[in-house]
Design a binder for this molecule. Structure first.
Ligand code: ADP
Ligand code: MG
Length: 742
């Protein structure tokens, strides 16, 4: 990038001064946008942790159990707890009392409106705002909020994708209060709102959202886990919940840079750009000044998230320049999902406040590591604790090994589903591309646990176990790994000491889909194991360990192929995985059809997580979203290639041509290599633009999958061609003429 003086101007645009003092050359309409942000001075509020200690901030804006206990009459509070913890039905008078207390609390906190917050299939967060005020009939207004308004809302959600569910009935959808996720206050510059987390369903009760299936899948998991626990003598019935702790990766960049790139602004990633020179992955120009601002940003984020009851710990991530990570303490899966959505919103909002843009695209910059979301997953109950904790005694070990084996079986059996639930146009740039983790789903167990399972596997081959070989729950097991010392970053599904970590999830995705899949496939596996063991023991506990040994051996023989501790990036693994019969679904178009297989339909209907219609509506919606994302990128590519890159190339070609003409006129000897190269590239660019345009001229197909395949196999390669020539041009064209900050 060239440096120029403040008041220098050019015929093709203006020079905008970035807030960090750097200059970038820009042209046309974007200049206005940049001018609007260049004068920007970040004005974060003072971070005063002395007057308000972090401990006091935590949950400050949450209608938490403590607040409810304090504000609700005792019987009402008890009834509400019964609903939250025991799933009992909420009656109208309880709802009215809760609503009234909630309203008073919210108004004291400055709220003027309440919003039912719901989570449509786009993976985003939606809100419908209503005022507390109603006319009192005498020219005044009263603050009102009834139990009915708390429990149910009717958003005009007709603009959200529903995969055809509502089209055949009526446009209406309802939001229904999820009592298990507490209401909270959201403070915005323009006002304060009471937010009520809700499920979004059609009037026939079909789930139109991401939350409802999470709740259903948690129920399914609990039911099957209870049967397994009973076999081990735990009959207290304490609710088994799945737990989740998502680690969010993101990029932070200066907003000036963000606004100067139409591709970043509109598609969340750069669609053009030659690979950065070796050893300098980014231009320091933009990134050098950030760390102080980043720290201020992080502190403010942390504070806002604490107020919302989200227990975060932030960290700097070293993987790529300007890439960071934030992770909360794990919570119950549905809470973690709601909190994750809030976290993404808070990150973006706070970044803007600090003059930056928070990018959650999976691959904002080619040639630099992308962003994912590691979803740590486990299950546990109040009486049993974490069920994936190996424990210290053989008995605990036996229970742990069974549950762990159930997960292994589930992941092997439903590897395609796990791939499908992380499929998106943007995540395709990570999975299956040259980046971690690969599109092949496998499990990392670590050496020690792998060894234990290897022994279990061998146990099945010999009817009498050789001396010293492990017999589950009888011989003393070697101490099982509690701390995952040996880390493997390339595995998409890794055991990390007391939980599994699903790393293929995309940074911008809702974690709901992956959690629904994990909860349901493990529920199915636990169901299978419980049934087998119940049949084999016939209720006689003394037969348990023999039956268990047999079952574990069988599971490992049938499903052990999913375990892989090596380097997931390597070419050898791709070959080995193929030999093992593991799926390698490289793209979204390859992966999504898994949702229409009989096996997956059966899985979701059997455990009442998704009906066939609900499942097919999701397939349609995700296919549509895929096509939409790619088509946005294609349109942007065409526009940028035509209106920014091609004109710059022509201008440079023109300069070269006139130089050559002048030299010729003066009778000098000269060669036209550069001009020839430019002419060749300009022609190639022009042709590739025409070819890309032609791919769009195909009539739109009624068949969504066919359309997705066309985008994937025809349109995307044509788009890559345009980029290839544009990037070659970037390396040749005079820097001053290049229209995009690189
Ligand atoms: P890493 O070493 O992978 O960076 P971190 O310690 O940053 O791991 O993050 C681990 C995440 O796993 C945290 O969000 C943490 O709360 C979560 N976690 C820990 N225990 C459990 C559990 N039992 N269930 C779900 N998530 C858990
Ligand atoms: Mg991790």
């Amino acid at each position: 990038m060239s440096t120029v003086t403040e008041n220098q101007t050019r015929s093709n645009g203006t020079y905008a001064t970035a807030s960090n003092g750097s200059k970038t050359s820009v042209g046309g309409a974007r200049a206005a946008a940049i001018a609007a942000v260049t004068g920007y001075k970040p004005s974060p509020p003072p971070m005063n942790f002395k007057d308000t200690p972090t401990g006091d901030l935590f949950n400050a804006n949450v209608f938490s159990k403590a607040v409810m206990k304090q504000r609700l009459p005792k019987p009402i509070f008890k009834a509400l707890c019964g609903t939250i913890e025991g799933g009992e039905k909420l009656d109208c008078s309880t709802a009215d009392a809760v609503a009234s207390a909630m309203k008073d609390w919210a108004i004291e906190k400055g709220a003027t409106h309440y919003a039912h917050v719901f989570y449509p299939l786009t993976g985003s967060t939606a809100e419908k705002h209503d005022s507390f005020l109603s006319p009192d009939g005498e020219g005044g207004a009263l603050a009102e909020f009834s139990g009915k308004q708390l429990i149910q809302g009717e958003p005009d959600g007709s603009s959200f994708p529903t995969g055809g569910i509502r089209a055949t009935f009526e446009a209406r959808g309802y939001t229904i209060w999820d009592v298990t996720s507490p209401a909270y206050i959201l403070e915005n510059a323009n006002g304060t709102t009471l937010c009520i987390p809700t499920a979004f369903v059609s009037w026939t009760g079909e789930a139109l959202d991401k939350k409802t299936p999470v709740l259903r899948s948690m129920q399914a998991l609990n039911k099957q886990a209870q049967r397994v626990l009973k076999l081990f003598g735990h009959t207290d019935g304490a609710l088994v919940s799945s737990t989740a702790g998502p680690e969010q990766e993101y990029f932070l960049i200066d907003r000036n840079f963000f606004y100067a790139r139409p591709d970043l602004l509109n598609a969340g990633r750069t669609l053009f750009g030659a690979p950065p020179p070796k050893g300098q992955e980014f231009d320091d120009h933009y990134f050098g000044a950030i760390p102080d601002r980043v720290l201020a940003f992080m502190l403010e984020c942390e504070r806002e998230l604490f107020k919302l009851g989200i227990p975060v710990k932030t960290r700097h991530n070293e993987v790529a320049p300007s890439q960071y990570e934030i992770a909360p303490m794990f919570e119950f899966a549905n809470m973690a999902t709601d909190h994750q959505q809030l976290m993404m919103t808070t990150l973006k909002k706070t970044a803007e406040k600090h003059g930056m843009a928070c990018l959650m695209h999976e691959k904002p910059f080619a040639g630099v590591n992308g962003s994912g979301k590691h979803v740590n997953w486990s299950m546990g109950s109040a009486s049993q604790g974490n069920l994936l904790d190996p424990g210290d005694t053989p008995h605990e070990n036996a229970q742990f090994l069974l549950i762990c084996a159930a997960v292994i079986r589930a992941v092997h059996k439903y590897q395609g589903l796990l791939r499908a639930v992380v499929a998106s146009a943007s995540n395709d740039h990570r999975l299956g591309a040259n980046e971690a983790p690969p599109a092949i789903i496998s499990i990392f167990l670590g050496d020690q646990l792998t060894d234990v399972f290897e022994q279990i596997k061998a146990g099945g081959a010999n009817s009498s176990l050789p001396k010293g070989t492990l017999t589950v729950g009888v011989d003393v097991l070697p101490p099982l790994p509690k701390d995952a010392g040996d880390r493997n970053r390339t595995s998409p599904f890794a055991f990390t000491g007391n939980r599994f970590e699903f790393r293929a999830v995309g940074a911008s995705q809702s974690i709901a889909g992956p959690l629904v899949a994990m909860n349901t496939i493990v529920a199915e596996s636990l169901d299978y194991c419980a049934t087998r063991l119940e049949d084999a023991t016939g209720g006689d506990p003394s037969k348990l360990h023999g039956a268990l040994q047999k079952l574990l051996t069988e599971i490992m023989n049938e499903h052990g192929a999913i375990v892989f501790n090596g380097d997931g990036y390597s070419e050898e693994w791709h070959q080995e995985a193929e030999k093992r019969g593991l799926l390698n679904l490289k793209t979204t178009a390859d992966a999504l059809p898994i949702l229409q297989t009989e096996e997956v339909k059966e899985l979701f209907t059997k455990y009442d997580v998704l009906s066939e219609r609900e499942l097919s509506s999701r397939l349609d919606t995700y296919l549509e979203q895929y096509c939409l994302s790619v088509s946005v990128e294609v349109k942007l590519t065409l526009e940028m290639a035509r209106t920014l890159i091609f004109p710059a190339a022509i201008r440079y070609q023109n300069e070269l041509a006139s130089t050559c003409a002048n030299l010729k006129m003066l009778g000098y000897e000269f060669d036209t290599d550069t001009l020839d190269r430019m002419t060749g590239l300009v022609k190639s660019l022009q042709d590739s633009i025409a070819e890309l345009q032609a791919t769009l001229e195909e009539p739109e197909s009624e068949d969504l999958l066919a359309e997705a395949n066309n985008y994937c196999n025809v349109v995307l390669p044509a788009m890559a061609k345009v980029r290839e020539y544009a990037d070659e041009l970037e390396a040749v064209v005079e820097d001053d003429l290049w229209p995009l900050p690189n």
